[in-house]
Design a protein around this ligand. Structure first.
Ligand code: SAH
Length: 256
């Protein structure tokens, strides 16, 4: 018996085996980090290619009890590796003692939340390979000047090198999603610190993009210290023009 696809859980099962293999192959084979988490294995289309890999120790988190039942009956050695639960509520410090990598065909409805959670643990997550909605992939991979460049682009690009690997058509899934999909790979860049108040950096990025059509002078008004002189040329720009380093400089201007 197959798992009945539940829309609320973002379930679109990948059925194209070639795509599944390519996704699993995209997870680097030369990493010293053996621990790997698969988010949302569903019926195990990726899992079947991950389990035989001798360079990784796989653990899985799946929220859907029906999928969990399916995985337990169809794959040997799932006991102790597979957790039934919500990745977004998982205590990662307890789950893995050290660094771990992440792979998955993410549930599209919560992909942004997944990335924000990954960012919370960025220093333990050197690599992520995932399939997401193509539009979100574009947004994450694009640089300044692009219309789709936004909060997640800046926050992820601050800490990760992002590669757009390939796109996937709806016909590769059952049931087919309404949108195109894409596979991206994130690898932790060498950056250990941003060189500014990192909490303020996040606030600045979010505030700037939440009013992305306004100049930074107007969009950031609520953050400007009393009597702050916002005459510098950077304040004439809109958020979408600034790269990570520009946001770092801007954050330093605001906290000087
Ligand atoms: N990897 C499978 C399924 C992808 S669909 C495939 O490629 O075919 C997304 C999967 O994520 C579903 O199995 C869904 O049940 C699971 N999922 C949805 N929300 C989740 C969450 N918060 N935590 C863990 N798994 C979740």
């Amino acid at each position: 018996m197959e798992v009945r696809a539940k829309k609320a859980l973002g379930q679109h099962f990948l059925v194209d085996q070639g795509v599944a293999k390519a996704i699993v192959d995209a997870l680097g084979a030369d990493s010293p980090v053996r621990d790997v988490l698969e988010i949302g294995p569903g019926m195990g289309v990726l899992t079947q290619y991950l389990l035989p890999r001798e360079d990784i120790d796989l653990r899985l988190v799946e929220i859907d009890p029906e999928s969990v039942g399916y995985l337990l009956t169809h794959f040997a050695g799932m006991q102790g590796k597979l957790v039934e639960g919500d990745y977004l509520r998982l205590n990662m410090a307890r789950f893995f003692p050290g660094p771990y990598r992440i792979i998955g065909n993410f549930p599209y409805n919560i992909s942004s939340q997944i990335f924000f959670k990954i960012l919370e643990d960025k220093d333990r997550v050197p690599e992520v390979v995932c399939m997401i909605q193509k539009e979100v992939a574009d947004r994450i991979a694009e640089g300044p000047g692009s219309k789709v460049y936004g909060i997640l682009s800046v926050l992820l690009q601050a800490w990760y090198d992002i590669e757009f690997l390939f796109s996937v058509k709806p016909g590769a899934f059952a049931p087919p999603p309404k949108v195109n999909s894409a596979v991206i790979r994130l690898r932790r860049n060498g950056r250990e610190a941003l060189g500014c108040d990192e909490k303020l950096f996040k606030t600045v990025v979010k505030t700037a993009f939440n009013q992305r059509r306004k100049t930074l002078r107007n969009a950031l008004k609520p953050l400007l210290p009393d009597g702050f002189d916002a005459s510098a040329p950077v304040f004439d720009l809109r958020a979408e023009r600034l790269g990570v380093d520009d946001f770092v400089s801007l954050t330093n201007l605001l906290s000087a």
